[in-house]
Design a protein around this ligand. Structure first.
Ligand SMILES: N[C@@H](CCC(=O)N[C@@H](CS)C(=O)NCC(=O)O)C(=O)O
Length: 199
């Protein structure tokens, strides 16, 4: 489990490592003024600081993006951290620049209903279309299970076999049975289904 905001450069660094390791991760979004998971992070870890990671496989929990990246590399990889994620302040600056064009998106809370089950999304860091869909998930504070499928991921072939094409973002919502492609339609669907004040 990883708690995060979207435009935060520290959270972005961790999401990039998740993509590199091709991990499936359950995200609990913590947008500004989000009422649910921000207080939870404080309760669990003692600080309101993001990202915060809990690994249900090992029971390990931690703050600090660089520590999380190292932990993930050691636990789920061969310990290698890509050079661009191991440059300290420079990594943070470049991660910040990567989010700057849409810095106002994915960080503020929109009043929403909490679904009983997390929404599943197939996506990868670096795709602008995936980013649009994930910003909506974060703004609506919707827990989501991310199936990473960056270039080279075997999950791409799984999606292709199951659906006859590979395209991301793709979501499956176990709460409603809805399965869909197309970032703009996903955003509309999420707002219509979970926002308390859909426009
Ligand atoms: N050194 C920490 C810095 C994390 C940090 O400063 N996160 C900011 C978000 S970008 C934060 O938690 N701010 C408090 C808040 O949003 O309430 C790390 O690398 O994880």
């Amino acid at each position: 489990m990883l708690a995060k905001t979207f435009s935060c450069p520290f959270c972005r660094k961790v999401r990039e490592m998740v993509a590199v390791l091709d991990l499936d991760v359950l995200f609990y979004p913590c947008p500004q003024k989000g009422p649910t998971f921000r207080p939870k992070v404080l309760e669990m870890g003692g600080k309101k600081q993001f990202p915060y990671m809990v690994d249900p496989n090992t029971g390990v929990a931690m703050y600090e993006s660089d520590d999380i990246i190292k932990y993930l590399a050691d636990t789920y990889g061969d310990g290698t951290i890509p050079i661009m994620l191991s440059l300290g302040l420079f990594t943070t600056i470049t991660a910040g620049l990567a989010t700057i064009w849409r810095i106002w998106k994915g960080s503020s809370y929109t009043v929403s209903k909490l679904p009983p089950q997390p929404i599943e999304i197939w996506a990868y860091e670096g795709s602008p279309f995936c980013k649009i869909a994930r910003e909506a998930l974060v703004e609506l504070e919707l827990p989501h299970l991310l199936h990473s499928c960056a270039r080279g991921s075997p999950k791409r072939q799984e999606i292709f076999k199951k659906l006859g094409l590979f395209q991301v973002p793709y979501i499956e919502d176990p709460n409603t049975g809805v399965k869909m492609f197309e970032s703009s339609e996903i955003v509309e669907y999420l707002k219509a289904t979970y926002s308390l004040y859909p426009q």
